[in-house]
Ligand binder design. Sequence first.
Ligand SMILES: *[C@@H]1O[C@H](CO)[C@@H](O)[C@H](O)[C@H]1NC(C)=O
Ligand SMILES: *[C@@H]1O[C@H](CO)[C@@H](O)[C@H](O)[C@H]1NC(C)=O
Length: 145
Amino acid sequence: MRFFSFLFVNATLIGFTFAQGIAVSAPIEGATVKAGSNITVQVDGPLVKQGSIQAAVVIGLLSCSPPCPSPAQEIGKILYNGPYFPTIHFLGPGPAGTQIFENLTVAIPAFVALGPAQLSVTQTNLLNDGSHLVLRSSAVTVLMD
Ligand SMILES: *[C@@H]1O[C@H](CO)[C@@H](O)[C@H](O)[C@H]1NC(C)=O
Ligand SMILES: *[C@@H]1O[C@H](CO)[C@@H](O)[C@H](O)[C@H]1NC(C)=O
């Protein structure tokens, strides 16, 4: 029964929420980030598919004024490079209250250029058959303070 309802929720969510891809939902665009602090990066994303054997993300910080280069071109300083397994969080009623994300804590270097910077998340997702390496990224501009 439990298993069944999980499947149902899962299917419903896929119908609703997921565009393919990942998104940084915290910090938000324009947020101020203190040099030398630890921050939580909330990375929203689809559940890891059955067929993917490895999911990882790289979080990068690049000092730049918008428009910044795409993270695929320039990722900046790598703050995190490791596993990414988002899970379902029920934060409120209805589909809007249900989110899939993983919070990753990163250390912002103490000596970093102040002013605008691009905080990006890039996901590599290797499919089971070895034929596809999927790259997706998302970024927000923050203000280093
Ligand atoms: C950031 O996290 C690291 C590792 O958990 C810890 O050693 C450090 O004191 C933290 N720094 C701040 C400013 O909270
Ligand atoms: C994850 O991040 C969100 C948004 O920043 C926050 O509301 C939530 O409390 C965090 N969860 C954990 C477990 O840190």
